[in-house]
Design a protein around this ligand. Sequence first.
Ligand SMILES: Cc1c2[nH]c(c1CCC(=O)O)Cc1[nH]c(c(CCC(=O)O)c1C)Cc1[nH]c(c(CCC(=O)O)c1C)Cc1[nH]c(c(CCC(=O)O)c1C)C2
Length: 338
Amino acid sequence: MPGPLLDTLKGFCQPVPPVWLMRQAGRYLPEYRELRAEKGGFLELVYDSEAAAEVTVQPIRRFGFDGAILFSDILIVPHAMGQGLEFMAGEGPKLSPTLIEVELDSFTPDHDRFEPVYETVRRTRGMIDDSVTMLGFAGSPWTVATYMIAGEGSKDQGPARLLAYRDPARLQAIIDRIVATSVQYLRGQIDAGAEAVQLFDSWAGSLAPDEFERWVIAPNAAITAELKASHPDTPVIGFPKGAGAKLPAYARETGVDAIGMDETLDPAWVHASLPAGMPVQGNLDPLLVEAGGPALPKRVRAIVDAFGDRPHVFNLGHGIGQHTPISHVEELLAALRG
Ligand SMILES: Cc1c2[nH]c(c1CCC(=O)O)Cc1[nH]c(c(CCC(=O)O)c1C)Cc1[nH]c(c(CCC(=O)O)c1C)Cc1[nH]c(c(CCC(=O)O)c1C)C2
């Protein structure tokens, strides 16, 4: 029996929109912080399937979300491609050497790194009810490339954008390799039990229109086409954060089944601009959840009302912040579910 989230992604409206939150497993949860401290670090957690499955299930137990998102990271793909990866406490990720310093061909891929992640999916599937949808994910090639090139999160993705202008053939070769590795990774997640997958393009918003076509739309379309060829019934959610006015082109041209919306988009505009019946997800500002107050339930209702009879998965416009009070998540759910 598919649950309400999977049904919605397949185009069927529900009386109450199903809900999950990006980064729902993470530092705002005391039970997560405890397990992370015990395991010693973030990567240790990700590659320990038993612990990662436990972290995946924590927010389902606490809040009864309709979807469980695999606990992993978009940077596991560069790691499997052979790039060094570290997460330092209090800092972001560090990848080394960077693709400014060396050529991609100097890396030795190790796709066995994906095995514990597939095992996390299998274990999680065995721990949650059938009605809870198991979600897999990968970063989109442009976003993953920005980290592989700069070696860390970069404010305006400058190093990758410069490479796009200076040596597009080299960036294309990097993107093509990320596409191929991500397809393999997502197929492995689906075969292990993921029922839908999301492509996170967190830095889609930094590109000019022609660059957006080449580095966002084309690679997301390539991944989606490959997945549809092998797994036609598994919905793909595309989340091109910051796409703005380019969102309808992304929705029409990539072949994704559902669209993730960041908080800057007006839901009425999205509803009027996307193909009729195409499922949507997201839009609530994570900082409004952190702030709380009477504006929160009002905004929850306004987003739900804006989509009328369009299939809608309730979610945030980006990941939940680590300082978000648990009680505010409960207020969000009360406003949504009544
Ligand atoms: C909880 C967590 C994650 N990654 C990182 C953390 C914090 C680690 C910690 O300190 O405990 C480091 C971690 N991993 C990354 C970052 C951002 C680095 C930066 O640019 O500053 C950090 C701090 C890279 C990353 N990682 C991810 C993205 C795309 C979405 C987004 O934009 O937020 C990105 C850009 C995806 C991601 N990341 C994660 C998930 C798991 C499932 C869930 O949603 O609960 C997912 C889907 C998990």
